[in-house]
Ligand binder design. Structure first.
Ligand SMILES: Nc1ncnc2c1ncn2[C@@H]1O[C@H](COP(=O)(O)OP(=O)(O)OP(=O)(O)O)[C@@H](O)[C@H]1O
Ligand SMILES: O=C(O)c1ccc[n+]([C@@H]2O[C@H](COP(=O)([O-])O)[C@@H](O)[C@H]2O)c1
Length: 205
């Protein structure tokens, strides 16, 4: 881990893809994206809020537009960060194979680097068309407190493991804190605290 050399072509743009439900987006997501962007010399990181996260169908998920707007608010001040509506606008359950195909169409020849926390990386073989994912993007697994980061069973050369500053923050914990009237200041960006308050998200949970 440290300064990373990942496979790329000469002169190609290097685009990070940070997929997530972002309910709400928090500083763990933002630090992971920022750290990977620096270590992998990325030109841009595209945040992609999920439409319908099918592996979270047993949980209540906030409306996609609220999660999208919180992601825009959280990333607006960073010129390297952008937000894609691809997974939201496609409709239906969200599969990363579709996300990557859509981004490949938009960004042409760019090299894609899909960023996942240790918990998501451990589940990747359960994702739709898992074996094909690695032909569309390089995958970057990042450390996350409480989870073991490993590429066991994943294609050789398809995944890099990266240590990022440890932030023991989860969206679940943020939602529970709001529901209990506890503060989420400094766990999520200030604008996201205000958006949660304005829209009265997570109050009844
Ligand atoms: N604190 C963190 N540090 C590193 N990676 C994280 C952190 N929180 C989330 N991630 C990663 O960001 C991506 C999107 O995560 P997601 O939007 O599901 O947030 P979450 O905090 O895991 O949400 P929830 O608690 O609702 O499951 C996943 O790849 C996840 O592993
Ligand atoms: O492709 C799949 O089948 C698949 C299954 C579960 C999760 N994902 C993706 O993994 C990312 C993190 O998801 P989540 O549910 O932890 O927020 C997000 O981009 C999801 O679309 C993808």
């Amino acid at each position: 881990m440290g300064e990373q050399q990942a496979p790329t072509g000469p002169g190609k743009r290097r685009i990070g893809v940070m997929g997530g439900t972002f309910d709400p987006i928090h500083h763990g997501h933002l630090v992971a994206a920022s750290e990977v962007a620096a270590q992998f010399h990325l030109d841009e990181v595209v945040f992609v809020p999920t439409g319908q996260p099918w592996q979270k169908s047993h949980k209540q998920v906030s409306p996609a537009e609220d999660r999208y707007l919180m992601t825009v608010i959280a990333t607006a001040s960073n010129p390297q960060f952008s937000v894609s509506r691809s997974d939201i606008d496609r409709g239906g359950p969200t599969y990363t194979i579709d996300t990557l195909r859509d981004l490949r169409e938009v960004h042409g020849e760019a090299d894609l680097f899909f960023i996942t926390g240790a918990d998501a990386l451990a589940q990747i073989l359960t994702w739709r068309d898992a074996e094909e994912l690695f032909s569309l993007s390089h995958f970057i697994g990042v450390t996350r407190p409480g989870h073991v980061l490993t590429d066991d069973g994943l294609p050789e050369g398809g995944v890099s493991l990266v240590e990022v500053p440890a932030l023991a923050i989860s969206s679940t914990d943020c939602r529970e804190r709001v529901a209990q009237g506890e503060p989420v200041w400094y766990l999520v960006p200030d604008g996201v605290v205000r958006y949660i308050d304005k829209r009265q998200l997570y109050r009844g949970e």
